[in-house]
Design a protein around this ligand. Structure first.
Ligand SMILES: [Zn+2]
Length: 229
């Protein structure tokens, strides 16, 4: 990890620009099902146990509510990040209300706006608040989400989550395919809520690069039984 920032942000908040505690913006990314939300909640737990105070945020969680949920059953109430939510103002309002905030856990950060990433940078550099962001890197076309790209550009550290998700062929899963009526979609809206259940009309499946490119979903993944097939 490096604490250097290439930004020339002007901090209007406090301090003389000297390094204080060295807060950092860390981005943890990986394909679906690699345990990002689980790790986000574990991170929150670890920090809270040390007496640090944090906020948990999310956007478009699979629960479709203001919660961070993980596929292995963990859940935590969360603040929904909307377009007009300013993360700096959020933290300042908590402080004004006497609520300490030492860090933010930002799940599903790939769905945030680019402005939110810049607000995270301001929180780190000007307010000494740690920000831990978790999310996908790329969409169903294998193109970076704008917020993920901004995180790659600005984060102090970027880590690929090492819990390995496998393609049906046994290779490491790398890309998030959108499967619409059984076919890998190549165009459409960047964000469409789907499921990983195999019988959904719109679902997502992690594939290796080879099978993402080929659009081959394999026969190992349980497919819906279709009449005549
Ligand atoms: Zn494969």
């Amino acid at each position: 990890m490096t604490d250097d920032s290439a930004l020339s942000t002007t901090c209007h908040a406090a301090g003389d620009g000297r390094l204080r505690h060295g807060a950092a913006l860390k981005f943890f990314w990986g394909p679906m099902d690699c345990g990002k939300s689980t790790m986000a909640l574990q991170m929150n737990y670890n920090h809270a146990r040390q007496g640090r105070r944090g906020l948990v945020l999310t956007r478009i969680d699979r629960s479709l509510g203001p919660k961070v949920t993980s596929r292995i059953g963990l859940a935590h109430d969360a603040i929904e990040v909307t377009d007009d939510l300013d993360l700096v103002e959020l933290v300042r309002s908590k402080w004004a209300a006497g609520v300490g905030v030492d860090y933010l856990i930002c799940d599903e950060a790939c769905f945030y706006g680019e402005q939110h990433i810049e607000q995270m940078v301001e929180l780190v550099d000007c307010y000494d608040v740690d920000v831990f962001a978790f999310g996908l890197a790329s969409d169903f076309r294998s193109v970076l989400f704008p917020a993920a790209r901004r995180l790659f550009e600005l984060a102090d550290s970027v880590e690929r989550i090492q819990v390995e998700v496998l393609c049906w062929c046994g290779r490491a899963g790398a890309l998030n395919a959108r499967v619409v009526n059984g076919v890998v979609a190549r165009s459409g809206e960047q964000v469409v809520i789907g499921d990983t259940a195999s019988d959904a009309d719109v679902r997502y499946q992690v594939l290796c690069r080879r099978h993402f490119m080929a659009g081959e979903l394999g026969s190992v993944a349980p497919q819906p039984a279709l009449p005549g097939m």
